[in-house]
Design a protein around this ligand. Structure first.
Ligand SMILES: Nc1ncnc2c1ncn2[C@@H]1O[C@H](COP(=O)(O)OP(=O)(O)OP(=O)(O)O)[C@@H](O)[C@H]1O
Ligand SMILES: [Mg+2]
Length: 254
């Protein structure tokens, strides 16, 4: 297992408001890390800071990807990392697409941004990923606009699209919220199969401790922007250190 990502004593703020305090953790290839905690504790902010997405600023510490500081990259280098080495499935929509473009146009554009590829080869790659994730009728998905697909299907397509450039890390922000339990289970299985097939490392942000328990190797519990517990998922859930985690487990798992 290679260490891919490392947070070293990171503080993160919006304007003058500090949101995350002294965050340290590491993520290795093929590892699934869950981040749980109440609404507003800083989960999405943590993911956004990895890709330098607009808003949050790192005010202390460092974020390393394969021993290289992500904070020192210029915009062009960061664009190459985004979508190629580290890609993100967003909380709101899953599918990070232009609603006015078909899935096939989005596929072609996001692959062409990182390598010289023909449209046919790009679409073949997408069909292969859709099939490996058991998405039904790949050709129909490709010719659809996002609004022609259900919410659950958009989330699943979003995960498939995040895989297009075979990133080493996928950041998934609540990919199962707002979905019915059957589709949620399907998505969790798809994330697992990504790890098995491609050794992708995944950071999964979720409100759902049961999902975190079933899929993650390691877990971080955030409370008001600080790490309340972090470590091997089984160990944290069976012997949590903080009172907050104890209460969270009690209310979710009984
Ligand atoms: N663009 C922004 N500008 C200023 N403050 C923000 C911004 N985005 C988020 N915040 C604040 O940062 C804190 C953490 O927000 P964040 O979205 O990271 O929480 P979260 O844990 O993802 O919550 P949820 O579970 O509801 O998605 C909150 O207090 C929020 O109000
Ligand atoms: Mg969030």
């Amino acid at each position: 297992m290679t260490e891919l990502l490392k947070f070293q004593n990171v503080n993160i703020s919006y304007e003058k408001k500090q949101v995350l305090y002294d965050i340290s953790f590491s993520l290795s290839s093929g590892e699934i890390l869950g981040i749980v905690g109440n609404s507003g504790c800083g989960k999405s902010t943590l993911l956004k800071s990895i890709l330098s997405l607009e808003g949050p600023k790192v005010t202390k510490g460092d974020i390393l990807f394969k021993d290289m500081s992500l904070l020192s990259l210029n915009n062009e280098d960061m664009r190459q990392i985004r979508g190629k080495s580290i890609s993100m499935v967003f909380q709101e929509s899953g599918i990070h697409t232009n609603p006015l473009k078909t899935v096939s146009d989005t596929v072609f554009e996001s692959m062409r941004a990182h390598c010289a590829i023909s449209k046919r080869d790009a679409l073949d790659t997408a069909v292969h990923i859709f099939e490996s994730l058991s998405l039904p009728d790949p050709e129909r998905i490709l010719s659809s606009y996002p609004f022609e697909l259900s919410g659950g299907m958009n989330q699943r397509v979003g995960i498939a699209l995040a895989m297009l450039n075979k990133p080493s890390i996928i950041l998934a922000d609540e990919p199962t919220s707002a979905l019915d339990p059957i589709v949620a289970v399907q998505i969790v299985n798809e994330l697992k199969s990504l790890r098995e097939k491609y050794n992708t490392a995944i950071i999964l942000v979720t409100h759902n401790i049961k999902i975190a328990r079933s899929i993650t190797d390691t877990i971080m519990v955030l409370h008001h922007g600080k790490i309340a517990d972090y470590g091997n998922t089984k160990e944290v859930l069976s012997s949590p250190k903080s009172e907050f985690t104890k209460e969270l487990i009690l209310s979710a798992l009984g």
